[in-house]
Ligand binder design. Structure first.
Ligand code: ATR
Length: 278
């Protein structure tokens, strides 16, 4: 007799109730006819190791890892991909033969959204990243791989931006500065908000002179209504102000592909998710 019970997946975070991952992965499973279930797993930091191991021991096949566990979970994996090592963070776990493999699909998810969904040409472009925390660390290498002319990391705390710029200096032209030292020329083609300020309802003194008529602004955060950064970008004349819904769906599709061997069509899922967010 064959076992028809669904394969188990889930997302671990703290808090996690706001996560859209269950709905996204259920839509992917329906679309690709995969027999799986996907749960929300609220796990406090001190319970992370036990919860991950228990999930694997009881037959779980894969997990997404979200805030605040992405860096901490690195020490729980048996092995991880080069891109997860470079990001210093894991957002996808694969459980196989008693081993835990870690990967990170955030960077590739962002690149798919920027280059495919939004059709941006990043080669020879000028890119400004605001913020120098974990989110920035995960996107610098994939952005540099697209061969921009220049990538600048601007941060409230200069030392953190400088440390990241040094860390990635062998991979491309990357510099660092304070928000107040961002220049208006040459024009930035793309500004990415990777600070966590919006999540706390704060609007830092973002450098408004960096926005020129052709500049596209992209917020890694997303919401049903415009995020503080996307409102700020629109107010200061950005050509486009985009929230990170596309990155969310694209990183999920890459995780799904790692687990199931099939990459879902993201377009209808993205449309469904953002219908009430425009
Ligand atoms: P991590 O991902 O490392 O846990 P975090 O503490 O959430 O990071 O912060 C992520 C980024 O958002 C950092 O660059 C942080 O700036 P600092 O390095 O100066 O702390 C930035 N950030 C968070 N709140 C901010 C605010 N109110 N104004 C400016 N930057 C802010």
């Amino acid at each position: 007799m064959t076992d028809n019970s669904p394969d188990r997946y889930g997302v671990m975070g703290y808090p996690v109730s706001h996560s859209r991952s269950p709905v996204i992965h259920r839509l992917f499973a329906l679309q690709t006819k995969q027999n799986l279930q996907y749960e929300l797993l609220q796990v406090a930091p001190e319970q992370l190791e036990t919860a991950v191991q228990q999930f694997g021991r009881t037959g779980g096949r894969g997990l997404n890892i979200t805030v605040p566990h992405k860096s901490e979970v690195v020490r729980l994996v048996s092995d991880m991909s080069d891109r997860a090592r470079s990001a210093g963070a894991v957002n996808t776990l694969i459980f196989e033969d008693g081993e835990i493999f870690g990967d990170n699909t955030d960077g590739v998810g962002l690149m798919s959204d920027l280059q495919i969904n939004l059709g941006l040409e990043l080669k020879d472009s000028r890119i400004l990243i605001l913020g120098a925390g974990g989110a920035t660390r995960g996107i610098v290498a994939p952005l540099l791989a697209a061969e921009p002319r220049e990538l600048v990391i601007a941060n409230r705390t200069l030392s953190k931006a400088s440390a990241l710029a040094d860390h990635f200096s062998s991979e491309g032209p990357v510099g660092a500065c304070r928000f107040g030292d961002v220049r208006s020329m040459p024009v930035y083609d793309l500004i990415i908000n990777a600070t966590s300020a919006g999540l706390k309802g704060e609007i830092p003194p973002y450098p408004e002179e960096a926005i020129q008529p052709p500049t596209v602004c992209y917020d890694l955060s997303y919401g049903l209504t415009a995020t503080p950064f996307s409102r700020w970008a629109r107010k200061h004349g950005a050509a486009q102000s985009v929230m990170g819904w596309g990155m969310l769906v694209e990183q999920a599709a890459e995780s799904f592909k790692l687990w199931r061997g099939v990459r879902p069509d993201t377009e209808p899922v993205l449309r469904q998710l953002t219908i009430s967010a425009t």
